[in-house]
Design a protein around this ligand. Structure first.
Ligand SMILES: Nc1ncnc2c1ncn2[C@@H]1O[C@H](COP(=O)(O)OP(=O)(O)OP(=O)(O)O)[C@@H](O)[C@H]1O
Length: 235
């Protein structure tokens, strides 16, 4: 068992909001897929933003391979599919990929890129500008960008948003493949089916707190998750 990610008591209070993420602690192993569930506004995206340092945390520590995270972690070891698109929308898919490959000094061949695009039915759109893509196409492109440097910790905030069933399967296959290669994946989804199918462990966030941790070995079914979710939400 190799612990890649270790979050200890991480917390955040926004200045202009009553919401507070309260001392969340968990560890993520190499090859583990961890699901993050909770109602709207529970704090899932906030947790992703704190781990990726997009938002500075108020308290707690984050360790990667036993060391406090720093520039090298944020630059090389983490990938984040967030709802905020951050590349050049007026450039094409190819131009954006070329840019990322260059600045990250990635040794990745044209064939590998084309295979990746083809897995997500994006090969024919290679010369299209990002702002000409559909929502689902943008989501798939964002996923490709988040995994291009093969991060060992991958954060996926609602990765299946806007995807058709065939493309959901393609992304699920990629998620399983990356986990099999040793990536620790943290993913949020409101679709409990996806969480149930993919995740080894599930973190249930309620009003900014880690309310429950469910392991695959607990033998919980999707129905149990729904019951838990409905019960927690109504309380
Ligand atoms: N930058 C911010 N400034 C102030 N409040 C914020 C900010 N970002 C998020 N919040 C608040 O923090 C709370 C948690 O939001 P967050 O986006 O983390 O929830 P979530 O679990 O990801 O929700 P959803 O399932 O709807 O995506 C919400 O009440 C939200 O309004």
């Amino acid at each position: 068992m190799t612990i890649l990610l270790d979050c200890q008591n991480i917390g955040k209070k926004y200045d202009n909001s009553d919401f507070e993420l309260k001392k969340i602690s968990f560890q993520g192993e190499a090859g583990e897929i961890i699901g993050l569930i909770g109602q709207n506004g529970a704090g899932k995206t906030t947790l992703f933003n704190l781990i990726s340092n997009l938002t500075p945390r108020d308290s707690g520590e984050i360790f990667y391979c036993g060391e406090p995270v720093g520039t090298s972690f944020y630059r090389n070891d983490i990938g984040y599919l967030s709802d905020q698109f951050s590349l050049y929308s007026f450039l094409t898919i190819k131009e954006n990929l070329d840019f990322v490959i260059k600045v990250r000094h990635l040794a990745i061949s044209r064939e590998e890129i084309d295979d990746l695009l083809s897995d997500f039915n994006l090969l024919d759109a290679k010369y299209k500008a990002i702002n000409q893509l559909s929502k689902g196409m943008k989501q798939k492109f964002n996923f490709i960008i988040s995994i291009l440097h093969r991060p060992r910790v991958l954060l996926l905030d609602e990765p299946f948003d806007g995807l058709d069933p065939q493309q959901i399967r393609a992304m699920q296959e990629w998620i399983r493949r990356l986990a099999a290669e040793g990536t620790c994946i943290l993913l949020s989804s409101h679709i409990l089916d996806f969480i149930d199918q993919l995740c080894h462990r599930i973190l249930f966030i309620k009003k900014g707190q880690l309310a429950q941790v469910i392991s695959q070995v607990d033998g919980k079914t999707k129905k149990d998750l729904e019951l838990l979710f409905n019960d927690e939400v109504s309380n």
